[in-house]
Design a protein around this ligand. Structure first.
Ligand code: HEM
Ligand SMILES: *[C@@H]1O[C@H](CO)[C@@H](O)[C@H](O)[C@H]1NC(C)=O
Ligand SMILES: *[C@@H]1O[C@H](CO)[C@@H](O)[C@H](O)[C@H]1NC(C)=O
Ligand SMILES: *[C@@H]1O[C@H](CO)[C@@H](O)[C@H](O)[C@H]1NC(C)=O
Ligand SMILES: *[C@@H]1O[C@H](CO)[C@@H](O)[C@H](O)[C@H]1NC(C)=O
Length: 273
């Protein structure tokens, strides 16, 4: 084959990903600048730090989010769409088409109490990594985060925050987000089939807001979509219920027990969850 026929492909690859490591976003981590914004989601912050999302953290559109989630961690476009519909609820503008990472911090829109690595809003900044909160989480996780150790951390953080924060609250949606967050990081940083992840990778990302390629992590080969996310949330729900004796299934539970999420979350006006 003539070399010339390969050239356009090489140029395309360079545009999409970077043919040399110097333009590979996995290698292009930078800490945020003074005017850049970040928020409570360690993963979205990470994607911005690599340039998968705008480094400013601002004016993120549905297309920006879909590209970032796909290119960084192989999350399906429909899953990105589903998450974007939640994210724009944090933009106070009624018909917003974008959000900025700091908007996600608005308490009790999506941001919730009992985070794994943040203090409750009552105690301070709910969007920055907090060592003490994370130390508790880390004890429950041990060396490997699984459905069992992941749920133990969720139960532990909810108990601690509920016992110490006089304004503790957790909505049904907040609880579903809690399940979804742990389900997502186990699947994306670890093995979504065995539903396990080496705790070191998770800790590295949470602390540095950087993808753990230095620890051997690579973008998953298989795409990850919302159906898989919901299935894995159910594994965590079962473990949570075992440990607390509670039934946590509500109309906003997306898993196998309810059907609420078939359509897209409605835009504007009353949003049906
Ligand atoms: C690959 C995709 C994503 C992964 C793996 C992920 C993972 C996580 C994790 C593990 C947390 C928990 C942090 C903690 O408890 O300390 C979190 C928090 C959060 N994420 Fe994401 N996330 C992803 C994408 C998104 C998207 C697209 C949104 C937009 C709706 C989002 C919104 C949030 C919010 C609002 C929080 C804060 C919740 C709290 O109060 O702790 N995340 N995320
Ligand atoms: C938002 O969109 C709705 C439906 O399209 C429209 O009725 C409403 O006027 C818009 N609101 C603003 C502030 O643009
Ligand atoms: C928080 O504690 C109160 C009082 O013990 C209890 O009624 C409530 O169910 C707890 N909330 C959660 C989410 O566990
Ligand atoms: C990706 O999204 C489509 C819907 O657009 C869905 O049918 C498919 O199952 C998803 N893939 C994965 C791996 O979840
Ligand atoms: C849990 O609650 C849901 C909704 O309130 C209900 O449909 C379901 O049957 C309950 N499950 C159990 C095991 O009690």
């Amino acid at each position: 084959m003539r070399v010339a026929t390969l050239l356009p492909l090489a140029v395309f690859a360079a545009g999409a990903y970077g043919a040399s490591s110097s333009s590979d976003p996995f290698e292009q981590w930078q800490r945020p600048g003074d005017s850049d914004v970040r928020g409570p989601c360690p993963f979205l912050n990470t994607f911005a730090n690599h340039g998968f999302l705008p480094r400013s953290g601002k004016y993120i559109t549905e297309q920006d989010l879909a590209n970032a989630l796909f290119n960084a961690v192989h999350v399906n476009q429909s899953a990105a769409q589903f998450l974007f519909d939640f994210a724009i609820r944090t933009n106070p503008e009624p018909n917003a088409t974008w959000f900025s990472l700091d908007m996600l911090t608005r308490h009790n829109v999506l941001e919730h109490d009992a985070s794994l690595s943040r203090v409750d809003n009552y105690f301070g900044h709910a969007d920055v990594f907090n060592d003490q909160a994370f130390a508790e989480t880390r004890r429950y996780w041990g060396d490997v985060v699984t459905a069992q150790t992941g749920a133990a951390a969720i139960v532990g953080r909810i108990r601690t925050c509920n016992a110490t924060n006089p304004e503790f609250s957790l909505s049904d949606l907040g609880f579903e987000f809690i399940l979804g967050e742990t389900a997502a990081f186990i699947s994306i940083l670890g093995d979504s089939e065995s539903f396990t992840v080496d705790t070191r990778r998770v800790e590295y990302l949470f602390r540095n807001e950087r993808l753990p390629t230095a620890l051997g992590w690579r973008r998953p080969d298989a795409p990850f979509g919302e159906a898989s996310l919901f299935e894995r949330m159910e594994l965590l729900r079962t473990e949570y219920e075992k440990r607390t004796g509670r039934n946590t299934t509500t109309p906003s539970s997306p898993g196998k027990r309810t059907l609420g999420y078939k359509g897209r979350v409605s835009r504007g006006g009353v949003r049906v969850l």
